[in-house]
Ligand binder design. Structure first.
Ligand SMILES: [Mn+2]
Length: 396
């Protein structure tokens, strides 16, 4: 049986809403042409309570596929919930869709429509000409609780079937930021294949001597340098153990690293602009400019804030100042009236103060940096919404 593994569509992701839809559509269509079944390890939606028009996007994506003649069919369902279709599109909710237990999440809802089969804490048995494949799923949950859930549920492969364990979690060896992440050796044993979502870059590893495949997201969300590769999905053949990564036509993303050391602000702005111009094309790329080091003199805050607007329609430009040297923040306590941070913008000064405060409070960041957190908090004019967004990111 050929199984396509597609993940993290993030439908409704505000910033790149059309990309999220179009790239999910392309991945699903391509997958349906090459595979007998599709499995989706989480984050179909960007939000746990998507608006009706986002739900409509998902319904539109899956409705056509449910009418297709598939190589495999769902023949049995075990565990929590039930299935309402034989169409072999099997999914779990991810961390972005997670809601309290016994409360409907949007993947439950898709399951109810009979467009997909939700295997959160359940197993779907697929069959194709006598060959059986079991998809055993655990829905996305806070990283620190996953270990306990695995022990409690104790997912097991199914005798006589090629068994796939599908989950949506941070794994310590792949993201060594936090001791609370599950380790590869702690994942349930004896499965034939392991499939994980959550991580937005494509990764391959092994668990208990078997393959672990992480296809990455179909849409760009984190703007990390590892996301510059083409997006796509895996197709795994259960009979041969062979698999391939199939690329989709995803929007181009480039990270431009610009060192500020020794440059005055006028020269630095010139460097940034010529870098951006070198990356332009007819495809309207997303360009993240990462500034590093310490500029010699001058303030370029004004020029920088005008850049995204200047390239509107030609590129989506984002400026990251997280690499700027703010080592002199300590001295800045002397106050705004002194000259000790004349080369530093008020925002950079603010970032320094923010980081110090967070350090005092021993905040556990998980996967996002203090600068990213500050960006989230300052991107939203409504205070409550900003806090909600930040908490969602911290929990993601
Ligand atoms: Mn995700």
């Amino acid at each position: 049986m050929k199984i396509a593994i597609l993940s993290d569509f993030h439908l409704g992701y505000e910033r790149f809403r059309e990309d999220a839809y179009r790239q999910a559509e392309e991945a699903l269509n391509k997958a349906s042409q090459t595979a007998d079944a599709i499995i989706i390890p989480g984050d179909i939606f960007d939000n746990r309570t998507p608006k009706p028009d986002v739900l409509a996007e998902a319904i539109n994506l899956f409705r056509g596929l449910s009418k297709k003649e598939w190589g495999a069919q769902v023949v049995e369902f075990l565990g929590e919930g039930q299935h309402y279709t034989k169409t072999p599109i099997i999914a779990i909710p991810g961390t972005h869709e997670r809601r309290a237990q016994d409360v409907m999440d949007p993947v439950d809802l898709l399951g109810l429509t009979g467009l997909i089969v939700d295997v959160s804490n359940a197993t779907a048995m697929l069959e194709k000409s006598g060959e059986k494949v079991a998809i055993v799923g655990i829905g996305g949950i806070a990283d620190e609780r996953f270990r306990e859930i695995v022990l409690k549920i104790n997912p097991r492969p199914v005798d006589g079937a090629f068994s796939v364990f599908m989950f949506h979690e941070s794994v310590y060896e792949l993201l060594p930021f936090n001791e609370s992440f599950i380790k590869l050796e702690e994942l349930p044993k004896d499965f034939d294949l392991y499939v994980c979502g959550h991580i937005h870059s494509r990764l391959e590893s092994s668990v208990h001597g078997k393959r672990l495949l992480i296809p990455g997201s179909t849409v760009l969300t984190q703007l990390k340098s590892g996301e510059q590769e083409k997006k796509g999905f895996y197709v795994y053949d259960t009979l041969t153990g062979k698999y391939e990564f199939i690329e989709i036509d995803s929007r181009r993303f480039v990270v431009l690293e610009i060192g500020l050391d020794g440059h005055d602000s006028a020269h630095a702005v010139e460097l940034i602009e010529s870098g951006i111009k070198g990356m332009l094309g007819s495809d309207m790329p997303i360009i993240r400019v990462v500034l590093e080091g310490k500029q010699k003199s001058g303030d370029m805050e004004m020029e920088l804030s005008g850049l995204p607007k200047r390239y509107e329609g030609r590129a989506l430009v984002e400026i990251s100042k997280s690499g700027i040297d703010i080592s002199r923040i300590g001295e800045a306590n002397l106050g705004l009236a002194t000259k000790t941070f004349e080369n530093m913008s008020v925002k950079d000064y603010g970032i320094g103060v923010f980081i110090e405060k967070l350090k005092d409070k021993n905040v556990n960041f998980g996967r996002i940096s203090p600068i990213e957190l500050l960006d989230i908090l300052s991107s939203e004019p409504n205070k409550d919404k900003a806090v909600e967004k930040a908490l969602n990111e911290l929990a993601a």
